[in-house]
Ligand binder design. Sequence first.
Ligand code: CA
Length: 403
Amino acid sequence: MDPLDILTNIERTLPYYQAIFSADEHKIVGYEVLARIETDEEIKSLGSFFHDDAIPDEYRTEVDYAVLTKALEHILQQEEQFLIFINQNPNLLMNDHGESLLELLQSFANKGLSLDRIVLEITEHNFNGDIESLQNLLKYYQTYGIKIAIDNIGKESSNLDRIGLLSPDILKVDLHILRQTAMTQSYQDVLYSLSLLARKMGVTLLYEDIEASYQLQYAWRNGGRYFQGFYLHKPSAELVDSYILKDKLKNQFEMFISHEKKKLLTLYQLTERFQDKMQQVMNKCRKSETYDEMLNIMAEELSQACFRLYICDENGFQKSSNWLKQGNSWVAEPQYVNKNWSWRPYFLENIIRMSYEQKGILSDLYNDIETGENIRTFSYPIDQTHYVFIDISYAFLYEKDAL
Ligand code: CA
């Protein structure tokens, strides 16, 4: 659509609202305001208009504020006190150091709109100005109770350090890529890391672009507190009942919960079976004089399940060869003796736990550097100061439903 047609028909622009649902109450916690224009034929999105840098800034800002004003006027008449998510292009926002937006919002605050309901969605990777100025502006907004969301995470490259710098309240993570069947494990790992980062930063995670049940499940499993997408609610000109999906969401989450509990139970039972098995195996190892002799026996006993074994002391120094399965036989790799593994994540934490509980631990699923496969490691205390590490093969985990 011609930008000039938009400007000359500004009275035909209107806000659409897309509901955002919460995991803790299964209700609508807020709406993202989206700009549309009514033509003779249809209602059109104004997304590309706002992103077109060829259009002078002041025109885009004018249209943006016209739609925002209509939205806030409408919202002010509602009884429900939901959050209002507003997209802001950080480059346009910085033109006047955020003054005109604040004036607009304050004029509504004077009419009774609480500013702590406002969430500004900023796309960090679109910003080409000085990040510290933006940081200062966002901090200033936050002193008014306005919340900051970083938008479009996962869509294009986001700089984790810049995200940290902007101290957002919410991260909006795009699940668009989850729709592609060929989605790589590495992308899932990135999303998982984001959920850990959000937890460390004390930031709320909002997953958007949810278009199917499995994406909702993914979002729920990965620390999502808020959810948005066509699967839940398509943008519309009307605000809807906050509890419109309460039963549906409650039922779905109950399914997710039961599925997850079943999975966790499977892992717990597998851990117990390894624990029992190792107690038997250790009896057979009593006469072994060296750790390599011991591993020779263990390797045969555990041949079905694992592909690599080694023994370390409590400081992480390897005291045996690596025993590696090649085809149907085992080879010892003595070059690993005396290497130190204490730098690995959770290593010392797990040692202390095993030493204290005198029980083995099954690790989380991770990608093995050498084989490139998803594996787990069962570690087990063999005496007061030594521990055996048993790398369990993908095939075995797959067979036991323990991936
Ligand atoms: Ca947005």
